[in-house]
Write a protein that binds this ligand. Structure first.
Ligand code: NAD
Length: 736
């Protein structure tokens, strides 16, 4: 038997050991070749009389197996042609590899010496015995397929509920929650645990002691823990409640979660072989949906690429960042200081007064205190982190810094002073960054003596929680500066997307169309509760009015006025402009921070209810929302954002489809089930249909839905964004 992904040995007791060790890879994944080798190993175990049983383990330090190779399986299993029956057969043949292993007639054990996720855990579940290392805190066991729009397709939806009951399996299957070794043992997902070096010996001993091992569900007396729906009232009731909870969580937008519920419900009423066939049917049905294709591409492949700095220009030495000065110790500066110190960077935190700088450091002190109290860090590590943050008013402490990030008031005059003062202390090679959210980077760079070293580094609030950083390349910014800025973002373990300079850059510009469309609806007389509900039902994290309140209505008013003036429009001429001026200036309702905006807030800052006075300026004409109205409002909210994204591509603001998709989900939570704005256009609609729909909306509601010329051209040519704006390994930010 020739194997390249497994080492296969038979010991003197006749127990075979298959050590999973994908060549040239740091982590094992189940690709087609390794699945075929599992099939060959099973055949060998069956046919070789000298073999009494089999133990699987891993040769990797990083883990047992991280799951299916989505890149490889995705190409064939998700988009591969063939009839539905052929696709089903392909999905089922993978499932059968594990079933053949389980019914090989000899005992099979898994010695789980590292994390086992997705297909990796499904392989273990098809073994008769599972023992995991209890001295490796990094081990996780789980089925995260649902998180990328798939359903477990290697028996996970059938074996796990048969092992621990449907109710206990639900969070693992639907939300992709993973378990630590002790939790898995407590639930009965694994049989035993032991120190790493004892695992294989214990697994082998179990194999020798259990020559007639069978999966529990292959025993005649087997009963599903908790009962089978449709046969046991308790189990049926649990499913009814589970369905309701799943719909509440997913709003019906995620095909995978619906399919998981159905596969478990139907499968538990059948014997395991038929149940696995049911799973395979759901698997390929879900895998070919635009949602699965979009989620896998964005939340798995692109996110990995972008998080490794996919758009970093090549040819520049890695930038070793040891010291960074943050100027402005307010909300953003304080957060930036914390994430830098977390990454071991010496941080000079400057403000105008020592007490303001100290207050900025106090933000980190509170976060460290919380982390220590929750056991997430130790007192010593926390103290070492805080030691790295040096609050001061003294600009001379900037000397020797590799980077400065200014996060002072959003005022061009103040920023100009700060940039000049900071650059006076900086070396010629250091980078000057700005965290501005609205001022064009090219304009700010006019204050700089080294505009090639000047760049936008746009964080999101709260900095310690938000994973994305938008890097903005100004007209004069050099490629080397971009490479250095990306190295910095990677060092603080965040995900960088790269965009070109424009008012609102990419993220704020596109996100604000969501809130603007909500305002348009409000001025049309649609009840606020309907607007908010539809916003959440489309998969956005908050309704447009609530999210406006969170950002601050005064901020939106300011940005709205500036944009209108830059475009030569009269802001107050539009009904939405009038509404914003009225609520902020006449009614002094600026949002959550003031306890009053579109909503009234209670003393804890929680959303209480829509402010009743809103009807004075926005009388309600529609307070019922039949399904066709809901569909129309949903389309308006999503398509409006996508049209703006398309405009950003046309204007060269964004140039890589991966950045656009990842950014839309991570920055403003664009309906994650779609795989992001670009995938929503490319996959959910197809550009021809998307343009036709946008034209219909333009005729009905106005020019804000007008598709840009480039989008029409792409639709005519049958192109997609991923074809026209493919990955840019060179890091070029030039428009296509
Ligand atoms: P903030 O008002 O909380 O903090 C600004 C800080 O800068 C204050 O502590 C102030 O004392 C200090 N400061 C003012 N002038 C200074 C000077 N000359 N020298 C040193 N310090 C000075 O503001 P913020 O919300 O932290 O925003 C800071 C920047 O980040 C702004 O440009 C803003 O647009 C941008 N931003 C904000 C957010 C957000 O959600 N708040 C998000 C992204 C970007």
């Amino acid at each position: 038997m020739e194997l390249s992904n497994f080492k296969f040995e038979i010991d003197s007791d006749g127990v075979a050991l298959a050590t999973f060790d994908l060549p040239g890879r740091s982590m094992n994944t189940l690709n087609l070749a390794s699945l075929m080798e599992i099939k060959a190993i099973t055949a060998e175990v069956v046919s070789n009389d000298a073999i009494k049983g089999l133990v699987f383990t891993s040769g990797k330090k990083s883990g047992f197996c991280a799951g299916a190779d989505l890149g490889e399986l995705g190409d064939g299993a998700l988009t591969g042609g063939g009839s539905k029956e052929e696709q089903f057969k392909s999905a089922f043949s993978f499932n059968m590899i594990f079933r053949d292993l389980e019914t090989c007639g000899k005992p099979v054990a898994a010695a789980i010496n590292g994390l086992a996720l997705g297909g990796g855990l499904e392989l273990c579940l098809a073994c008769h015995y599972r023992i995991a290392a209890n001295d490796n805190p990094r081990i996780q066991l789980g089925l995260p397929e649902g998180k990328v729009g798939l359903i477990p397709g290697g028996g996970g939806t059938q074996r796990l509920p048969r092992l621990i009951g449907a109710q206990a399996a639900a969070p693992l299957l639907l939300q992709g929650k993973s378990l630590k070794v002790a939790e898995a043992q407590g639930l009965g997902v694994i049989h035993d645990s032991a120190p790493s070096e004892e695992l294989i010996a214990k697994a082998k001993a179990w194999v020798l002691a259990n020559p007639n091992a069978k999966a529990p569900w292959d025993e005649k007396k087997f009963r599903v823990p908790g009962g089978v729906p449709n046969q046991h009232p308790g189990a049926s009731q649990a499913f009814t409640m589970g369905n309701a909870m799943m719909m509440k969580e997913t709003k019906g937008n995620y095909p995978a979660q619906k399919a998981i519920m159905s596969a478990v419900y139907e499968g538990l009423q059948l014997d395991i072989d038929n149940a696995l066939a049911v799973e395979s049917r759901y698997f390929f049905n879900v895998a070919t949906t635009p949602e699965a294709q979009g989620m896998i591409r964005t939340l798995f492949q692109s996110l990995q690429d972008v998080s490794k700095g996919a758009s970093r220009p090549q040819g520049y030495e890695p930038y070793d960042i040891k010291k960074v000065a943050v100027i402005g110790a307010g909300l953003m500066g304080a957060g930036v200081a914390y994430v830098q110190a977390m990454a071991g960077i010496e941080t000079i935190l400057i403000d105008t007064k020592q007490e303001s700088a100290d207050r900025g450091k106090n933000y980190s002190e509170k976060l460290v205190e919380k982390a220590v109290s929750r056991g997430k860090t130790t007192i010593d590590k926390g103290a070492a982190l805080l030691e790295l943050i040096k609050p001061t008013t003294d600009y001379s402490m900037i000397e020797g810094a590799d980077l400065v990030i200014e996060a002072v008031f959003e005022n061009p005059g103040v920023k100009s002073e700060v940039i000049k003062a900071a650059e006076a202390k900086l070396s010629d090679t250091a980078v000057m960054g700005s965290n501005t959210s609205t001022i064009p980077i090219t304009l700010l760079a006019e204050n700089s003596v080294r505009p090639a070293n000047f760049i936008g580094i746009h964080f999101f609030s709260p900095v310690e929680k938000m994973g994305l950083v938008e890097i903005i390349v100004g007209k004069e910014t050099s490629e080397e500066t971009l490479a250095k800025a990306i190295d910095y973002v990677l060092k603080i373990r965040k995900t960088p997307i790269t965009v070109n300079d424009h008012r609102g850059f990419y993220t704020s510009r596109c996100f604000s169309t969501y809130t603007e469309e909500g305002l348009e609806m409000l001025t049309e007389g649609i009840a606020p509760a309907i607007i908010e509900n539809v916003g959440r039902q489309t998969g956005m994290p908050m309704g447009p009015l609530e999210v406006s309140d969170s950002v601050g209505l005064d901020t939106f008013l300011k940005i709205g006025r500036e944009t209108a003036s830059a475009e030569g429009r009269d802001f107050n001429a539009s009904p939405t402009g009038k509404l914003m001026s009225w609520i902020v200036e006449d009614k002094a309702r600026v949002g959550r921070k003031a306890g009053k905006g579109f909503y009234d807030y209670n003393e804890k800052g929680h959303t209480d209810r829509i402010w009743q006075g809103l009807t004075e300026k926005a009388p309600v004409k529609f307070d019922e929302c039949p399904p066709e109205m809901k569909e129309e409002l949903s389309k308006r909210l999503l398509i409006r954002q996508c049209i703006e994204v398309a405009r950003c591509f046309e204007e060269g603001v964004i140039t890589d489809a991966r950045d656009a998709d990842v950014g839309s989900i991570l920055a403003w939570g664009f309906a994650p089930y779609s795989g992001g704005c670009v995938s929503y256009m490319d996959l959910k609609w197809g550009l021809k249909e998307f343009v036709a729909e946008a034209d219909r909306l333009t005729a009905a509601y106005g020019a804000r839905f007008e598709p840009p010329v480039m989008l029409r051209e792409m639709a005519l040519k049958g192109e997609t964004f991923y074809e026209r704006f493919p990955p840019q390994s060179s890091g070029s930010t030039k428009a296509a």
